[in-house]
Design a protein around this ligand. Structure first.
Ligand code: ZN
Length: 175
């Protein structure tokens, strides 16, 4: 097990679009180990998802999982999902606004409009092509992670910053 250091807002790696991973490289020992380290890091940090540039690697790779999460109590469970070179190929026109946070933006929450559902294409960690439909919180997390891979953070998606809240104030006034 290896827990990697999480890059924080201000680190240029978070603002640089990540590079696609060649399909042949997916089975490599090095990439498989890196995927395991990202999963360990997500668990250690109580994240519901993490993108490779959040641990300093500019690769189009993200992992998502929600079980009983301390940072997002009451959210529906999402099985462990490894996304390599993900693309959002369809999305609802309807947007839903809800709170988001980010491991790279310490102890803040803000309201972000996101598509209600998305269709995603990606490789899984075995290098198999997958296409799936996601709704609600899963769709939100997918959009958040795909944004990371494009060099964006959730703050960029907030229509205005008036809801931006420190975590204790979010818990006190809004949760
Ligand atoms: Zn994030």
């Amino acid at each position: 097990m290896a827990v990697l250091k999480v890059t924080k807002l201000g680190n240029p790696v978070l603002r640089k679009p990540c590079e696609a991973i060649p399909k042949e490289a997916i089975g490599s020992t090095e990439l498989q180990r890196f995927i395991r380290d990202m999963i360990d890091t997500m668990h250690e940090e109580d994240g519901v998802g993490i993108a490779a540039n959040q641990v300093g690697s500019s690769k189009q790779l993200a992992v998502i999982e929600v079980s009983d999460n301390r940072r997002y109590p009451g959210k529906p469970h999402i099985p462990l999902t490894v996304l390599i070179n993900p693309r959002i190929v369809g999305a609802s026109k309807k947007l839903i606004e809800d709170w988001e946070g980010c491991l790279s933006v310490n102890d803040m929450r803000g309201r972000v409009p996101r598509a209600e559902w998305v269709d995603v294409e990606a490789f899984n960690q075995k290098g198999e092509r997958m296409k799936f439909h996601a709704e609600g919180f899963f769709a939100r997390v997918l959009q958040h992670e795909c944004d990371h891979l494009a060099g964006k953070v959730y703050l960029d998606r907030m229509p205005h910053l008036t809801t931006l809240s420190h975590l204790p104030e979010f818990v006190r006034f809004w949760q």
